[in-house]
Design a protein around this ligand. Structure first.
Ligand SMILES: O=C(O)CCC(=O)C(=O)O
Ligand SMILES: [Mn+2]
Length: 194
């Protein structure tokens, strides 16, 4: 059985080998080539800076998604994304309607502390996070006590399913690393409430 890796205030279930090595290799190559990756500027403390990774937003119809001062219009699902979405939905209990994709080119790319609690996601959002390529450490930090942290290595082909109060009680991040690392693709599937 896959256990909750959070000690309280939310649920995060980790499935280390959700996709086979063969599937992971195939999807990494497909997504690297077919996704319309962009490097977007974001506004942090009133300043415009480039995000330290590439991103893309895919989903149903023309769902729009806003965060950190940018609004992204969804590209239509590709065949590979629909296959991946179907496979994770078998254990997730929801139908995902959109996905934010992140491409970490090397160890210097990262994602800062944040919560996925945008109003479009409603209360207690379910977030399904799929990883292909290099292993990166994903960290949780309790919002009431920064010292309380939980780390999980998101390996090639792994799936992390977050639900319940997770996005209200914990921040998460992908820190930069110093040791050289290859590229990694992450897809966070979301349910957009209109
Ligand atoms: O790359 C990851 O594992 C995390 C991505 C993430 O937190 C997000 O897209 O909101
Ligand atoms: Mn996130």
């Amino acid at each position: 059985m896959n256990k909750n890796i959070l000690p309280k205030e939310g649920t995060a279930i980790f499935y280390p080998e959700f996709f086979s090595d063969e599937e992971s290799k195939k999807y990494f190559q497909l997504l690297e080539n077919e996704i319309e990756w962009v490097q977007e500027p974001i506004i942090i403390f009133g300043k415009k800076v480039m995000q330290p990774r590439l991103t893309a937003w895919y989903g149903d119809n023309s769902d729009e998604y806003s965060y950190s001062g940018i609004t992204m219009k969804a590209h239509p699902w590709s065949k590979a994304l629909l296959e991946i979405k179907n496979k994770i939905e078998s254990v997730s209990g929801v139908k995902f309607t959109g996905a934010l994709l992140n491409f970490y080119r090397d160890e210097k790319d990262s994602m800062g502390w944040h919560k996925d609690d945008e109003k479009e996601l409603g209360k207690n959002p379910v977030i399904g996070s799929v990883s292909f390529g290099a292993t990166r450490t994903f960290k949780f930090q309790n919002i009431k006590n920064k010292e309380e942290q939980v780390a999980v290595d998101l390996t090639d082909g792994s799936y992390l399913l977050m639900s319940g109060e997770t996005q209200h009680c914990w921040k998460h991040s992908i820190p930069k690393r110093t040791k050289p690392l290859g590229p990694r693709i992450n897809i966070t599937f979301r349910v957009i409430k209109n």
